[in-house]
Design a protein around this ligand. Structure first.
Ligand code: SF4
Ligand code: SF4
Length: 606
């Protein structure tokens, strides 16, 4: 039976409302002596839309004698009430105080949520810094994509960081922490294992100019990967109307993308591409059909799944409304577009990223403006009326002609939309969205500075005006300063943790907090990094070699393309695979063949 011993009245009521509306797709676990509070550092609405959060919740609850409950960032009204009444933040399921759990685990996907992690710890009465916690405090674990890309700005707040995919790490984590006489002792065991980072054991030294001199400690932490066949299919475990997905069943069909676009951290960090079988995906979709009419296929590269068309056919046969995340242009086929349209899809998202073929060669995007126009035409001809288009400006080696190219390309797509739409008697809308480019860790651009924001703003203003003159086009154009805090956190070293703490305690924004403690945002954003420099995120070894990133950076400047992964037979070029793949591997089988065995991975697959 659920009880609410400590939580505040409003929060308690809100949690009851959530539970009443939820449809669990797996049995609800209610007992377990080792208790873990799984926290999402944003609102329930956001957290329950995150498939990674669902997967980790399911994995933690599969541990023998483990009970996992969820907690979310309260909204401003609930937060004020907690602060006023002095009551601690509580879990959704039983309304228990987070301090009463053995482990408080955070799933962190985005840098913008770092401050929320600290706020949740503070609202729970758990000391912010690992160094301030003692035997009576829960063990604070952090994991998630943002954490394994660059764990440093959160490092002092975590007793333990999980570096890699949950499927490989969560079972080992549970075994060590729940199996130890005291969860804190379990940390010592994990500190010796690949994929677990205990920041207290790694001290950072800095040069006088502020760059990292070295990490003193046990060495780099090897990022871990899961492997289909050895892990449960990542899927929604609870349906709720209180998310953006609103009762949509989400399922991951493949992980990783072979394109190796030079700006894309997800592309490099989820190599190699791994897929789940059609039988497993469709079988599970059939089991939950009675509860869900909508299904979202989650993947870094949906169309790359070798059986995608058959999967969509099967789902349409069950009368599912199918949706997919952003589609990769080079893999889109007329058949696939037809099948999607057949399931009732009204709008799709494409990512041309830039407006010229020259810039696409710089980025290693292997399609052209002509290809984009063809794909857009298929989409409109199949009755899908609305198209979202993602672009970036401030890209490396960008010229004005590249920015003009964005306008020209959008106009040409719009003209196709109008021509097809008028013939069919219904005209849709284009939604271009333009973001300033931010260099990301774990990509060939990690050494590059961000463009001067005044220059980026000039480009954005030019686009705002040009799109403003186009009928049937609704553009979303951010300013160069939007997302600056997120960019600082992505590129931060451990000293930025002090600024996060200051921002949390004093209630100021990150930039003001950095100023207060004497850190300069420009040092992180607008400074080119030396090729020999130790980068803050070098503490994580994601498998891709530094030499490979540097070669790709040089090829980018020379406007040269690199082949996709794994289009070269026997490929060991990026460093993730250490042996040649199976010699019987056939190119047309693409990554499906590579997926037959995890033994080619440097990192042991779990
Ligand atoms: S196509 Fe490029 S940008 Fe898109 S996920 Fe793949 S690597 Fe990233
Ligand atoms: S080594 Fe080759 S096959 Fe393996 S992930 Fe890298 S590019 Fe792909």
């Amino acid at each position: 039976m659920l009880c609410y011993p400590m939580s505040s009245g409003r929060l308690q009521q809100r949690h009851r409302g959530y539970l009443e509306a939820e449809v669990p797709l797996q049995p609800v676990k209610q007992v377990g002596s080792f208790r873990i509070a799984l926290c999402y550092p944003n609102l329930y609405f956001v957290g329950m839309s995150n498939l990674g959060f669902h997967s980790v919740y399911q994995m933690l609850n599969s541990g023998a004698d483990v009970l996992c409950e969820r907690a979310f960032l309260p909204d401003d009204v609930d937060r004020e009430e907690l602060e006023r009444t002095g009551r601690p933040l509580a879990t959704v399921e039983s309304g228990s105080d987070l301090r009463s759990f053995h482990v408080v685990a955070f799933s962190v996907s985005f840098e913008n949520d770092y401050l929320h992690v600290l706020r949740m710890l503070r609202l729970s009465g758990i000391p912010l810094r690992a160094a301030e916690r003692g035997p009576g405090d829960p063990v604070v674990v952090m994991g998630g994509a943002a954490v394994f890309l660059n764990p440093e700005p959160l490092a002092p707040f975590a007793d333990l960081l999980a570096v890699g995919e949950g499927e490989a790490l969560v079972p080992r984590l549970v075994e060590a922490l729940a199996g130890a006489s005291d969860a804190r002792r379990g940390i010592e065991q994990l500190a010796e294992k690949d994929g677990f980072y205990v920041p207290a054991r790694h001290q950072v030294r800095y040069h006088a100019d502020g760059t990292v001199a070295a990490y003193d400690g046990p060495g780099r932490v090897l990022r871990q990967r899961g492997w289909p066949g050895k892990m449960a299919l990542p899927q929604s475990v609870i349906l709720t109307p209180h998310t953006e997905m609103s009762m949509k069943f989400m399922v991951e069909i493949s992980r990783g993308c072979p394109c190796m676009c030079r700006f894309c951290w997800a592309g490099y960090n989820y190599l190699p591409v791994r897929g789940f079988s059609r039988a497993e995906i469709v079988g599970r979709a059939r089991e939950v059909r009675a509860h869900a009419g909508k299904i979202g296929l989650v993947s870094t590269a949906v169309c790359d799944h070798p059986e995608i068309e058959a999967i969509v056919d099967d789902l349409a046969g069950m009368d599912y409304e199918v949706s997919v995340a952003s589609l990769r242009l080079d893999d889109l086929t007329p058949d696939f577009v037809f099948k999607l349209a057949d399931t009732g899809v009204q709008g799709l998202t494409l990512a041309p990223e830039c407006g010229t073929d020259r810039m696409r060669r710089i980025l290693n995007k292997q399609f052209t403006n002509a290809d984009i126009l063809d794909r857009a035409t298929w989409i409109f001809e199949n009755g899908i009326q609305n198209l979202k288009l993602y672009y970036m400006v401030g890209l490396p080696w960008e010229e004005h002609a590249d920015v003009e190219g964005i306008v020209t390309l959008t106009e040409q797509i719009r003209d196709r939309m109008l021509a097809v739409g008028r013939g069919r008697g219904r005209v849709g809308r284009l939604h271009p969205s333009v973001n300033p480019f931010v260099p990301k860790p774990g990509t060939p651009y990690q050494w590059l500075p961000m463009e001067d924001p005044r220059e980026t703003d000039r480009k954005l203003q030019y686009l705002r005006k040009a799109f403003g003159r186009m009928a049937n086009v609704d553009a979303v154009i951010k300013s160069a300063r939007t997302g600056v805090s997120q960019s600082i956190l992505a590129l931060a070293d451990r000293r930025v943790a002090d600024a996060l703490e200051h921002a949390c305690v004093e209630g100021v924004d990150l930039k003001r907090a950095m100023k207060a403690i004497g850190l300069d945002p420009a040092f992180y954003l607008f400074r080119g990094r030396g090729r020999e420099e130790v980068l803050p995120w070098d503490i994580v070894d994601n498998g891709v070699s530094k030499g490979y990133y540097l070669r790709e950076l040089d090829k980018s400047q020379q406007e040269k393309l690199s082949p996709h992964c794994p289009e070269i037979q026997g490929c060991i070029r990026c460093g993730v695979c250490v042996e040649a793949p199976n010699p019987s591997y056939r190119l047309p089988e693409k990554w499906k063949a590579l997926g037959t065995s995890p033994r080619y991975l440097k990192v042991a697959a779990s």
